[in-house]
Design a protein around this ligand. Structure first.
Ligand SMILES: *Cc1c(COP(=O)(O)O)cnc(C)c1O
Length: 210
């Protein structure tokens, strides 16, 4: 990350590191925490809840980055600090309703289907402005920015550039500050295109078995 920032003249602390710990045991999260990492990303709700229990003694920040199905919203709103993968209004409403009123709002990103892939999650770029307008008004959510996963067959550099432009196309009154983009294989492109948060699994914890 430091190299990627230096190459394009960015400050190293302008990009946050989310350690993606899906399919990895709590012991590896504990080791990463001991090395100074506090923010962790998970894709699978049941697995994440078990690890959260095991790691209750640590001051960790939990990010949900997997697909957001309606039946998981309540639990995600109760057990996570962030959700990166909001793609439709109904899910945003459920998350907001389930967030405890006295808690800090759930910090959220809208996932954009940036390469218009038939099989991929994310809202279409054309629907983004309307979704953002809804989410920005929900009391249980704090809209922070956008997230994408580029197509493996496409050009990630171009996809990341388009996500940045979409962020800038939204009203400034939302005060968006987050571009959640970049994974182990494309973090340099993402940083060059203005990522503020990279989601890194394999390059930290090693390959996943499944
Ligand atoms: C698994 C995953 C990552 C991490 O991917 P790596 O290639 O292991 O770095 C990042 N973001 C999302 C949404 C993921 O599902």
């Amino acid at each position: 990350m430091a190299q990627a920032c230096a190459t394009v003249g960015r400050e190293v602390d302008s990009v946050a590191l989310l350690a993606v710990s899906k399919r990895k045991p709590a012991s590896q999260i504990r080791a990463a925490f001991a090395a100074g990492q506090t923010a962790f990303g998970e894709n699978y709700l049941q697995e994440a809840l078990l690890k959260q229990q095991e790691l209750e003694d640590l001051p960790l920040q939990w990010h949900y980055i997997g697909p957001l199905q309606s039946n998981k919203c309540k639990s995600i709103a109760q057990h996570f600090d962030w959700a990166h993968s909001i793609e439709r209004k109904s899910v945003a409403l459920k998350l907001s309703q389930a967030r405890a009123p006295q808690a800090t709002p759930l910090q959220v990103c809208l996932q954009v289907n940036i390469d218009a892939e038939a099989s991929k999650s994310g809202c279409a770029p054309d629907d983004l402005a309307e979704l953002a307008q809804t989410v920005a008004q929900l009391p249980g959510l704090k809209l922070r920015g956008l997230m994408c996963i580029p197509s493996p067959d496409g050009d990630p550099h171009s996809a990341f550039g388009r996500l940045r432009e979409l962020l800038h196309s939204l009203p400034q009154t939302y005060k968006l500050d987050t571009l959640s983009m970049g994974m182990s294989n494309d973090l340099e492109s993402a940083v060059a295109q203005g990522s503020t948060l990279v989601r890194i699994g394999t390059a930290i914890f090693g390959a996943r078995d499944n």
